[in-house]
Design a protein around this ligand. Structure first.
Ligand code: BES
Ligand code: MN
Ligand code: ZN
Length: 491
């Protein structure tokens, strides 16, 4: 799917020959002026509004077929809601989600979209994301002969704005975001037998090969053993698939600038290990590498946009399997920094791979470290699918991430890290246990990680509730690529 930016008024957009045309009306305060401006659908829209057939509310659309003066087959006029509404970005997203829904099932290869007023063009990343989300097609394991095999039908999107020069940065951000989210979805959605730790390593390497701005190194079992990552290795023990520790580097900034480190949980399948999970819905544990996928996606976006930033990506990748070699409840393992851990529950494996990555991150003398993980079912219970859990030992970093999430509409919410939450992690046989009681499970998991993240500003995003959808719409959301990219670009 290719995006193209153009200066277009709604009137000019009507003359573009596309399969479909999406027109975002100016926000209401300006619509008087705009409705006086002559464009082919002005009267139709006014009439529909006056008769109550087209409410001026974000998410309401008017779909027209073969309209006079419109070169495209289908035109969808979208309300932008009232400009007095607080969240303009959300209105723009709702409008485009509804506009794209109106095109569902139609044969649209070429699409033109046009934004009615200049202030809307700052929201291009959200517009382009909505278009990409609505047209994404998973292909990797579809058989030949099925129509899904060919992927997205939409090939060409012309984005019309009032001033294409002023909108250039937002457009480039949007392009990078879409490339990054598509990449994250691709890997997150793959079944575990098509996304083994080895294959994730290969995916990272080919990303680096295709984009020289990205460097990649992949460590295997012997290198990881040499580093002393006994905690990470204890999770991989039960699997026949060898673990991988993926190191990505994007060094677009000054050599002297301390990098930001992103760490993604890469459990390519989580059975729970000896503390085996129940069978119902276990297939969804192929999504337990969505943190890793979000790091890969963010690097894909950086490769596209080439900002002046230094970013390191770390992905511990492994399966969590039961077997004769698997770690047993009660086993004590030693992390890279020497802390010993009593593994009371082998299903609390995410924290046992992230901790070694957190220790490894020290060597980069990072400005900040953010880990992203489908860490606890408890976080999904607490916050549902709307907001990810945000934990941080640094108020400024927490505020930056929270605010980036608000701007990108990729939301998170800060949860506490009081020391009292760590009480239950005390062990009689090691420095720390890997689980506490069930209460406050998202927080106790974060308290465990905090022990390994004392040397730099650190934040943890628990994306267990938001990283994928279940049911009919089962699939990756690519979250929080939007948040991470927005945060990095604001630096
Ligand atoms: N990957 C899971 C967390 C998870 C579960 C994410 C369901 C999304 C949906 C994680 O490894 C896990 O199993 N966590 C346990 C922790 C518990 C044993 C303390 C959990 O959440 O039940
Ligand atoms: Mn688990
Ligand atoms: Zn897990």
């Amino acid at each position: 799917m290719k995006f193209q930016l153009k200066t277009l008024t709604p009137a000019q957009a009507c003359t573009e020959k596309s399969d479909a045309l999406l027109i975002l009306l100016p926000s209401q305060a300006k619509s008087d002026k705009a409705s006086k401006a002559s464009w082919p659908l002005a009267q139709t829209v006014q009439g529909a509004q006056a008769s109550g057939d087209f409410e001026d509310k974000a998410g309401k659309v008017l779909t027209l077929y073969g309209a006079a003066g419109v070169a495209s087959r289908v035109a969808v006029v979208m309300s932008a809601g009232k400009s007095v509404d607080k969240n303009v970005a959300k209105n723009v997203r709702d409008a485009f989600a509804a506009g794209m829904a109106a095109l569902k099932g139609r044969s649209v290869k070429k699409l033109t979209v046009v934004l009615g007023d200049e202030s809307q063009s700052q929201h291009l990343p959200i517009v382009m994301q909505a278009i990409a989300d609505a047209t994404y097609v998973y292909t990797a394991t579809k058989g030949t002969g099925t129509k899904d095999k060919s992927g997205r039908m939409l090939a060409q999107v012309t984005v019309g704005v009032a001033d294409s020069v002023k909108a250039k940065a937002a457009f480039a951000h949007g392009q990078a975001l879409v490339a990054g989210m598509d990449f994250a979805k691709e890997w997150a959605n793959r079944p575990a037998n098509y996304a083994t730790p080895t294959m994730l390593g290969e995916a990272a390497k080919s990303l680096a090969k295709a984009h020289p701005a990205v460097l990649c190194e992949v460590l295997g079992p012997s290198a990881v053993a040499k580093l002393g990552m006994g905690s990470f290795m204890s999770v991989a023990r039960g699997s026949n698939e060898p673990l991988r520790f993926i190191v990505l580097k994007y060094m677009g900034g000054a050599k002297t600038t301390a990098p930001t480190v992103l760490i993604g949980k890469g459990v390519t399948f989580d059975t729970g290990g000896i503390s085996l999970k129940g069978g119902a819905g276990m297939d969804e544990m192929k999504f337990d590498m969505c943190g890793a996928a979000s790091v890969l996606g963010t690097f894909r976006a950086l490769a596209e946009l080439k900002p002046k930033l230094n970013v390191i990506g770390l992905i511990p990748a492994t399966e969590n399997m039961p077997s004769g070699h698997a770690t047993k409840p009660g086993d004590v393992v030693t992390a890279m920094d020497g802390q010993t851990i009593e593994v009371l529950n082998t299903d609390a494996e995410g924290r046992l791979i992230l901790n070694d990555a957190l220790v490894y991150a020290k060597r980069f003398k990072p400005a900040a470290v953010v880990d992203i993980a489908t860490l606890t079912g408890a976080c999904g219970i607490a916050l549902g699918a709307v907001r990810a859990g945000l934990f941080s030992t640094n108020d400024a970093l927490a505020a930056e991430l929270h605010n980036a999430g608000e701007r990108a509409l990729d939301l998170c919410w800060r949860l506490p890290l009081d020391d009292e939450y760590a009480e239950g992690l005390k062990s009689n046989f090691a420095d720390v246990a890997n689980v506490s009681d069930r209460q406050g499970g998202a927080v106790t998991a974060a308290k465990f990680l905090e022990r390994f993240a004392k040397d730099y500003p650190w934040a943890h995003l628990d994306i267990a509730g938001v990283a994928w959808k279940g049911g009919r719409e089962k699939g990756s959301t690519a979250r929080p690529v939007g948040l991470l990219l927005e945060w990095l670009l604001a630096k």
